[in-house]
Design a binder for this molecule. Structure first.
Ligand code: GLC
Length: 464
């Protein structure tokens, strides 16, 4: 083990204690999108078969449309993500295309989906005293995706909160998203060419009649107004489109956010960006929602997407380029300047980076501890495939940080000319604090969906 790995392994020793501290958090709210994920692992060979079955041509592959209008679009989306090792989510508004997916892709398992649902489960298992989550469809199948925990609540249509796993609104339709995962190193052969998948990742094909419009459960809003929170994790705006009134929806949510801030002056509101295809909606999220909240979480792909609307010139200059740590750092700084959010956290393979205003309510040291807890929980999720049992949360505890992570720390330190940064993870930059943490990497992740949501929420709520 290298010296740097040893240093960080020692730093990571605080993680079990940090997890215990999460039980001192009283109330956390997660909203808005909760759904059911139908997860299937696809091989390169199966993908080639699907491409053949739908008659996908080389011309089809040139198509840049990111809406699922036909089965060909579904296959094209999977191919795009598989061959580049990236994560994207495309929307489907045609029931027959959804039925094609259901019949032709199938699934290996059903699990909790949507940022609000995923984060609610993680925080409840981690021991937050009360987690309240938003659902806009809560049939039994949805209820079954919630962990059976006495600290996890959702609100029924009439405004009463009940254990989320016990609600059964029989008239609601289950909202099922197709998650297609693939493995790094797998080969997809198309015509003469063999494409090797560079990174394990997933493609999400979403057919969802409620979250697509960000349908809000009025009972939840009423309940929340009486109850309050210490932390609120918001997401679910990424499925909106300008065509379907997405920008108006954002305008409707803004006054709610201001109201919640006023009612909960000590509460921290975090917005998790997600893969937002509609650029007009993406711009509204960036220009209106991001400045209204205290904290924003994003991955490198979402950072680029955000840059595209916030600073198109810088985006154009970076198109097609690789994104080593110094470049990601520059993007993060630019976004910090443009979004005007007090705290931004970027997570990518091997590293989490947080930049925040000097006077932010969470200290850099607490952030660092929360980020190490998050990295452990995320690696545990990847390694076990399931962190719905508390025993699994610390599965990765004691493992060393990955070589890529070590290299990331080294490069950032060099770039900023702050030698101690790679060892202690904290420095000042202009009038901000910067916190960088190298992560534990799991070789063959059992699952990846929901990783970013887990990282952002545990980093924040676990920052104590
Ligand atoms: C998006 C998808 C959802 C998935 C989640 C994971 O919200 O719509 O299906 O569970 O991302 O982050």
């Amino acid at each position: 083990m290298s010296e740097l790995q040893e240093i960080w392994q020692r730093a990571y020793q605080i993680v079990p204690e940090q997890l215990r501290l999460m039980s001192s958090v009283q109330r956390t709210v997660t909203a808005f999108n909760t759904n059911i994920d139908a997860v299937v692992k696809i091989s390169g060979e199966r993908l080639a078969q699907l491409a053949h079955d739908v008659g996908l041509t080389a011309t089809d592959l040139q198509n840049t449309e990111t809406k699922l209008n036909t089965p060909k679009d579904v296959v094209r989306g999977i191919i795009k993500c598989f061959t580049s090792g990236i994560a994207e989510e495309w929307l489907c508004e045609d029931k027959s295309v959804y039925e094609w997916m259901r019949d032709n892709l199938g699934y290996d398992r059903l699990q909790m989906g949507g940022q609000a649902g995923i984060v609610a489960n993680v925080l409840a298992v981690a021991g937050v005293q009360k987690v309240l989550t938003h659902t806009n469809s809560h049939p039994r199948l949805q209820a079954e995706q919630f962990v059976d925990a006495d600290n996890l609540f959702a609100v029924e249509a009439d405004g009463t909160a009940r254990k989320a796993c016990q609600i059964n609104q029989t008239n609601d339709e289950p909202l099922i998203h197709q998650i297609i995962e693939f493995d790094a190193g797998d080969a997809f052969v198309y015509g003469e060419k063999t494409h090797i998948c560079p990174k394990s990742n997933r493609f999400i094909a979403t057919y969802d009649t409620a979250n697509i419009e960000l349908k809000i459960n009025d009972g939840f809003i009423k309940y929340l107004n009486q109850d309050g929170f210490d932390y609120m994790i918001l997401s679910g705006f990424h499925a909106l489109t300008a065509e379907r009134g997405g920008c108006q929806k954002i305008d409707e949510v803004l006054p709610l956010i201001y109201h919640w801030k006023q009612q909960n002056p000590h509460g921290v509101i975090h917005l998790e960006l997600a893969s937002t295809q509609d650029k007009i909606v993406r711009a509204a999220i960036i220009n209106k929602l991001a400045p209204a909240v205290h904290s924003v979480g994003l991955n490198e792909r979402e950072a680029l997407d955000a840059l595209e609307v916030a600073e198109p010139e810088m985006f154009a200059a970076l198109e097609g380029a690789t994104l080593p740590v110094p470049v990601l750092f520059d993007i993060l700084l630019k976004l910090k300047e443009k979004l005007k959010t007090p705290r931004l956290q970027l997570h990518f393979f091997g590293m989490y980076l947080t930049v925040q205003n000097k006077n932010f309510t969470i200290t850099p040291e607490a952030n660092k501890r929360g980020m190490m807890l998050a990295a452990t929980v995320a690696a545990s999720k990847a390694g076990t495939g399931n962190i719905e049992n508390r025993e699994n949360l610390l599965w990765a505890h004691g493992m060393k940080i990955g070589a890529v992570a070590e290299d990331n720390m080294h490069r950032l330190s060099q770039y900023l000319a702050v030698p101690e940064l790679e060892r202690n993870g904290i420095t000042s930059y202009d009038d901000m604090d910067l916190i960088a943490v190298p992560t534990i990497l799991v070789d063959k992740p059992k699952t990846l969906v929901g990783m970013g949501d887990t990282i952002s929420s545990v980093s924040l709520v676990g920052a104590r």
